[in-house]
Design a protein around this ligand. Sequence first.
Ligand code: BG6
Length: 530
Amino acid sequence: MCADVLTQAPAEEQANPLLEGLRSARLPAPCAVVIFGASGDLTQRKLIPALYALAAEGSLPPGFSIVGAARTEMDDERFRSAMRDAVAEHSRVALHDDVWEGFASGLFAASYDLDRDGGLDALKSKLADVDRDRGSAGNRVFYLSVPPSAVVPLAERLHQAGLCRPEGGGFSRVIVEKPFGRDLDTARELTSRLHEFFAEEQIYRIDHYLGKESVQNLLVFRFANGIFEPLWNRQYIDHVQITVAEAIGVEGRGAYYEEAGALRDIVQNHIMQLMAIVGMEPPSNFEAETVRDEKVKLLRAVRPIHPDDALSHTVRGQYGGGWVDGQEAAAYRDEKAVKPGSLRETFVAMKLDVDNWRWAGTPFYLRAGKRLMKRATEIAIQFRRVPHSPFTGHIATPTGALPPDAMEPNLLILRIQPDEGISLRFSAKVPGQAMRIRSVNMDFLYGSSFLKESPEAYERLLLDCMLGDATLFARADEVEQAWRICTAILDGWRAHPPDTSRFPNYEAGTWGPDEARAFMDRDGRSWHRP
Ligand code: BG6
């Protein structure tokens, strides 16, 4: 990772020559990005808009090209016109004709066929044209936005076509999306199949959470500040909560969700990545391997939940009908392509212990759910209470004397989204003659501290891949460790399926099943309400 360090005040940012220098320092070598699945949703909603935004801010090299590869025939002009609409609708950066003209001149389409030998010939010859006409020098990034079952066959075809290892010093990288398997065994199998065709250094496993500014800021918050790190351990932290709450339901992806569920969809990847960053030891530098080594060490230290403990250490939920944001929401079982008696979880909560020196005895509570009250991803670090309160029993409160544990413990909230920022809760004296104490918050809000709009996660990640920086991508061993933890839970759940009549067990638009509250009550703790 490029350790750009800027300490100027926000107002100076716009015209800062240092920033200009850093920007050009991050210019990749000329290359072509090949998007497999170019007619898909992700290409239109995220990938092309992200690449366009990079073009608009001058972050792409001269001659940069994109080849949209799809199974269906499409010519360059039709592809350009569809992508123009996509940019107009989805890009963070407004469509400008002059930027678009330059960007569109590097957009090409090619069809491919996985079912026959030579099925990548058309693409290969298009890439040769691009190399010749636009100077991309054989440098390629292949983005596999294809169904999971097509990933290995596609990698194999790329290999057969000689595209995995270009000659002449160029680079060939492949971006792979989740799911990276369904469990530990299938994840290992996927890794070993991919390694037949690509070296690990060529594989970029994308987790869009790592591209979020607020997630990258977690690293900065922890390791660029002297005051928090000494407190960041079992001695001062009572427990950690990581929440990924969504107000949306499965959004037409019922068939996928029936296979995946909340554990595979969110916990195995996004939450495990957040947990690794929150819990890792300080890396000695910000090189990709150093950072990922530390993350994987943390994940390795997580104690797997024994299948017999799966019920006591986790909560599963599924939403019924309800109201979210004033709109009526259908039950999960009424979503398209969902079985009427489905037992698939749309909510999961769990408690994990980390068996290492830093975290022994400080649990991590994780939860993820669809159709919750609101969209909120946050990390709550709850500090231990004061060991002794000199105020106890002496303080007048509106209701009388303070009970011994009335003072709320300090709480640090790292808000990943929305309203990206950080809050620290502490106790303060309420103005007046009496000694009354109340909790207040000290807030940092990205939106008001920085004038610049944050780039989209895909912008950062696509650029990093072109630059060969894998810091914000998951390495095979990280994925494997995350699966080790999740597979133990899946095994336990399989052995103890929920009673069909118990689902749905939470109403859409609430904070999940009552069991999730009871689960925390048992430990004398409670979920933070975002
Ligand atoms: C995806 C999941 O990985 O992340 C979706 O497949 C989920 O189900 C999405 O909605 C959440 O991403 P974000 O950036 O909106 O929090």
